[in-house]
Design a protein around this ligand. Structure first.
Ligand code: UD1
Length: 364
């Protein structure tokens, strides 16, 4: 039985690593599943892709579709055309997709139209915000997925409400957290630590890349000014995503405490988060990692598809109005941030559970 494992963009790589590891462990004792790692090439820079393969010990992809940059439709189309061609030349028995990026949706459509079943890792999460391309990707993917591997009871209920029967839902936990827990002892201080004068608990980490926050130069500048003002002169380390870099070049004056750095490799980035006073972000995955590391997280969005990071974890939705930042940061400086707990099944064993279920589903 051959499984295609699809990875396309940065947040996919930490999600596939534990599944591949668990598959290899089973193969070593005669497990029946083989896999083919398909990289769509949606992210292609060393900093957005290659570094993650190296640090997380992910084997080189068996196939790279090399789609590169483009509009949402261009990327979707290019991935579908190239993945369909691959499947017609060499069919697989299951297409396993993770997360909510364009590659996730495009490969799901191509596979399902060739009657190849699809399993979706991190299925069922919803923000309800249709302006996010990721929400469209989630909804389209889940509408034609056979089996769902879920991270939370909220995701299970979203799926049930949309008519998915319980025998297709497998509540297994969070593969991103498998990767984090496995790598906590290996996290490493970035080379610029001393040069930027960073001290544990004495700086902020900022990541911003959502179109709603970064595509309009004037609004983005107001948001950065509010962050600069609320962080009271502590260093703000800002690894700049390539999408953000384009708008940032239009921002004439950055707050003085900002320290811009390149997108960081996995081990360095999570070291920065682990040691930070707090994280200010519009990412989804980082809210999960901050929750597990117990680091306060301020999310600059109005919605989240990961409500457990707010209900249980250290995350709070601040919204996109810059005026809301200061009161939240004042609470942080006053030591009034919640402590948070860890969501159910985020225990580092999700990859194993997924492989066990796949063996049952495909080989029974
Ligand atoms: C994508 C995902 C998003 C994820 C994010 C993490 C979708 C719809 N969005 O958004 O869910 O959180 O990745 O990074 O799939 N670029 C480079 N080098 C690269 C990759 C991209 O310079 O290796 C440039 C592209 O040319 C483009 C911009 O970065 O101009 C955005 O890349 P794209 O893949 O379109 O989407 P992201 O905004 O990164």
């Amino acid at each position: 039985m051959l499984i295609d494992i699809i990875a396309g963009a940065r947040p996919n790589f930490m999600k596939i690593a534990p599944i591949i590891r668990a598959l290899k462990l089973r193969q070593a004792v005669g497990g029946p599943l083989r896999y083919r790692l398909v990289h769509t090439g949606q992210h292609y820079d060393a900093r957005m892709s290659g570094d993650f393969f190296d640090q997380l010990g992910i084997p080189a992809p068996d196939v790279n579709l090399e789609v590169g940059s483009g509009s949402q439709a261009e990327q979707t189309a290019a991935i579908m055309v190239r993945y369909e061609k691959l499947l017609l030349e060499a069919r697989s028995d299951l297409c396993l997709v993770v997360g909510d990026v364009t590659s996730t949706m495009a490969c799901t459509i191509a596979a399902q139209k060739l009657c190849i079943p699809v399993a979706h890792v991190e299925g069922g999460i919803r923000s309800g915000d249709w302006t996010m391309p990721e929400e469209i990707n989630r909804m389209v993917t889940d509408a034609i997925t056979n089996w769902f591997f879920t991270t939370s009871e909220v995701a299970n209920n979203n799926l049930r409400r949309s008519g998915v029967s319980d025998d297709r839902i497998f509540f297994v936990g969070n593969t991103m957290i498998d990767t984090l827990l496995a790598n906590l002892p290996r996290l490493r201080r970035p080379g610029f630590w001393d040069q930027l004068g960073l001290q544990a608990g004495g700086y902020f980490v900022v990541t911003l890349h959502r179109p709603a926050n970064v595509d309009d130069g004037a609004a983005f500048a107001r948001l950065l000014a509010a962050i600069g003002e609320g962080t009271r002169g502590l260093p703000v380390v800002f690894p700049v995503h390539p999408r953000t870099a384009k708008t940032l070049s239009e921002v004439h004056r950055l707050p003085e405490n900002f320290r811009l750095v390149e997108p960081q490799p996995y081990l360095e980035f999570n070291y920065l988060v682990q040691q930070a006073k707090a994280v200010i972000t519009d990412s989804g995955g980082i809210t999960e990692e901050a929750t597990v590391m117990g680091v306060p997280c301020l999310t600059l969005r109005d919605t989240t598809e990961r409500p457990e990071t707010v209900a249980i974890g250290t995350n709070e939705l601040i919204g996109t109005n810059p005026a809301a930042l200061k009161p939240a940061l004042d609470r942080l400086f006053a030591g009034q941030w919640k402590r948070g707990g860890i969501p159910e099944m985020w225990d580092g064993r999700t990859g194993e559970r997924i492989v066990r279920e796949l063996e049952m589903l495909l080989c029974r």
